[in-house]
Structures are given as C-alpha cells and as structure tokens.
Design a binder for this molecule. Structure first.
Ligand code: PLP
Length: 380
C-alpha cells in the first residue's frame, strides 16, 4: 500500500494488458482505437497514454482538441482520432498535432480543405454519418453534397467513415443496432457510388466488439472494455447467452483513501448534514477525506459501504463535499490513517464501479469518468 498519498487511485497494469489481449483477440487483425476520452474514463489520460504506448495500439480516440494536445504532451506518438468537435478557428492544430478529426459539417470540410491547400499537406479525416442515434453525423440525404465538397480539395483524404450505435448496450434486443448497421452499409455504398473510397469503416464500441462480428469492419473503437468493465448487464448477458466465457475482463482501477479520525458516538446521535442518520446503539465512526467533489456520488449517502481490513464499513449520514463518515463498530483494530478501499478489492470483499452505478442509478461510465482528475493515479 502506498504511504505517500491520503487519497489515490491505483491502475493495475497487468489487468490492463490482459484486457488488451482480450480486445486484440476480439478485434482480429483490425486496427484498434482505444477510447481515452474523459481523462481516460477517469483513469487518468497521462497514465493511459503511458500504458497504451507500451501496448503498441495504433490509435487513441479522444473527444476534444485539448485531450489530443495533452496526449501528445504526455508522449503519445501514435495516431489520434478526435471524435468530438474542433472549432473552425482551431483546425490548424489538426496539422500541428497530426490528428484525424471526425467531421460532419460543410464548414469544417471547407476549412480543412483550405488548410491542406495552404500547407500543401494531406489531411486525413473521418466522416461521421447519421444512422439513427441523432447525435453527431451527416444525414444521409446530404451525402452527395458532402462527397462533392470533399472532392474539391486535392489534399483532403476521407480516410474513414463512422457511426455510433444508440441501443447496443441497453438491451438484449438488438434490432435497432441491426437497423443502424444496415443504414451504415447503405450510406457507405452511397459514398462509394459517388466516387470516394475510404479505407476504414468504424462502428464498434465495446458492446459491438464483444457481441457482433459484422460491426467490426476494418477499425474498432472500444472504451469501457479496455478498463475491464462490461458496458452493461445486458451486454454481459447477451455475451454469455451466445456462449462467451465468464471472466474475460478485469477492472483495472482501485480507489483508496485513509481514515483521518476515529470517534465514539453515543446511542441516538445524529450523523452529518441534514441529520439523515441516527445511531441505534453506541457506534464507532471513521471519518474519511473523500466527498462528492472527488466524484464520490452524493446519492450514495447512507447507501454504500467502503472496505477496511477486508470488511464492509457502511456509510452513515450524507456524503459531504470533502468528507464522509463510515461505521466501524464491528471492525476491531482500525487505526488513524488506516487504508480504506472505496472501489476495488480488499480480502474477500469487493466494491465495483458497476455496484456503485447501480446504487446511484447510473452507469459505470459516469461513476468512473467523474472521479476528480486531481486525485493522484499510480500505475501498479
Ligand atoms: C464515438 C465513440 N466511439 C467509441 C466509444 C467507446 O464506447 P464504449 O466505452 O462503450 O466502448 C464512445 C464512447 O462513448 C464514443 O462516443
């Protein structure tokens, strides 16, 4: 256990390598873009860049120009797919940082085309097409005009065509995903018919990669699975129903802190803001230096537990901005600065991001990506 920090995250590099081995197997010989947006799904962009550099993955997928620029600063030498929007006035950075932007506006094509011309330099980009998620993407009726616009610029290279599924992880009924895939194939044929030949088709997030061979094409973009988590219970169920093996993914993140005060509280005493918890007997409490500003969801107040000495210590009272209180009455021998597991494994006990998400009525993605970026991350 690290002695340096009061609160910290540990990233298990061995589990990470195993997850990537699994992903490579699922991807076959296709190119992989590891999705590291939202600070590497909360695991730390810097740390993910370090680990992915060792794994020789071809691409990372980031959301913003800022994330792309940080990834380069952290030493990412591979390709970068930017899946979010880059402002027109910042598009010069695509050349400076050697990025492959995702495009779905005429204005962006025009600006990229002009920059490519100005610098006499090829720009690779990806066109995102609308297949039914109704998020970013070019509507199918606009495809001929887009192709026409792209063809105007000799240094613009439409390297890839992509889409993103709306309903592939939330259900065991995959009819809508199949419909989107058909739409994708139809629109891709349209692009080819109009004279462009993009080399990469990409649609596969983790759920698609785990479940559907037909979605993989030449390039896949897994996120949550590289961190060792299933996109949802439904994805896991679908995978198992199709005969998949049980434990192919291992969570790589543990979140830890230390006890900062121990106190005895009498019977009938209130604990925390709002007096939402009242003791029913003499209680021993531990105060922990983690709160909702660290990304520990306030809706877990009076609901979740942490692990101390391999035992469950339930949360008592409301989670504060920087603090929380847990009941250690039945855990003998807890000392000041005793290590505490907020997420991860301690002996035979475990608290997963999935469990926390279910308590907070959200998804594991949100639990992870909201962990405060300022908390130190340590690669183990
Ligand atoms: C465009 C795009 N591709 C890929 C991913 C990765 O998805 P997942 O984490 O479900 O694998 C995301 C994540 O939301 C995304 O927005």
């Amino acid at each position: 256990m690290n002695n340096q920090y009061l609160t910290w995250l540990e990233i298990d590099s061995k589990a990470f390598s195993q997850n990537l081995k699994t992903i490579r197997k699922l991807a076959g010989n296709r190119l992989i873009a590891a999705a590291v947006k939202a600070n590497g799904y909360g695991h730390g962009l810097k740390e993910m860049v370090r680990l992915l550099n060792k794994e020789k993955i071809a691409y990372i997928a980031v959301h913003s120009l800022d994330e792309a620029s940080q990834s380069r600063a952290y030493g990412w030498g591979g390709k970068i797919l930017v899946v979010g929007y880059i402002q027109l006035e910042n598009l010069e950075s695509v050349l400076e940082l050697n990025l492959e932007p995702t495009v779905y506006n005429f204005e962006t094509i025009k600006r990229l085309g002009e920059l490519a011309e100005k610098y006499n330099h090829k720009i690779n980009f990806h066109l995102k097409i609308e297949t039914g998620t109704n998020r970013q993407g070019v509507e199918s009726e606009k495809i001929p005009k887009f192709v026409g616009e792209i063809k105007k610029y000799r240094f613009l290279n439409l390297k890839g065509v992509s889409t993103h599924f709306a309903n592939i992880e939330d259900t065991t009924d995959h009819s809508y995903a199949n419909y989107q895939l058909e739409e994708f194939n139809r629109i891709f044929s349209q692009i080819k018919k109009h004279g462009l030949k993009p080399e990469l088709r990409h649609t596969a997030c983790s759920a698609a990669l785990l479940l559907f061979e037909d979605t993989k094409f030449e390039f896949v973009r897994p996120g949550i699975a590289i961190y060792g988590l299933w996109p949802s219970k439904e994805t896991y169920l679908s995978y198992r129903m199709a005969g998949g093996r049980n434990s192919i993914l291992r969570p790589i993140l543990s979140w830890k802190t230390r006890v900062i005060q121990i106190k005895n509280v009498p019977h009938n005493a209130f604990i925390g803001y709002g007096c939402t918890y009242r003791t029913t007997s003499k209680t021993k409490l531990a105060v922990l230096p983690v709160g909702y500003c660290d990304g520990y969801d306030r809706s877990l107040s009076n609901l979740s537990y942490v692990l101390i000495k391999g035992k469950r210590a339930p949360l008592r009272g409301r989670i504060c901005m920087n603090l929380m209180m847990v009941d250690i009455t039945d855990i003998p021998g807890v000392k000041l600065e005793e290590p505490v597991v907020l997420m991860g494994i301690d002996g035979k006990e475990k608290i997963s991001a999935d469990q926390m998400a279910s308590w907070a009525q959200t998804v594991n993605y949100e639990i992870l990506s909201r962990i405060n970026g300022g908390i130190p991350r340590i690669i183990i």
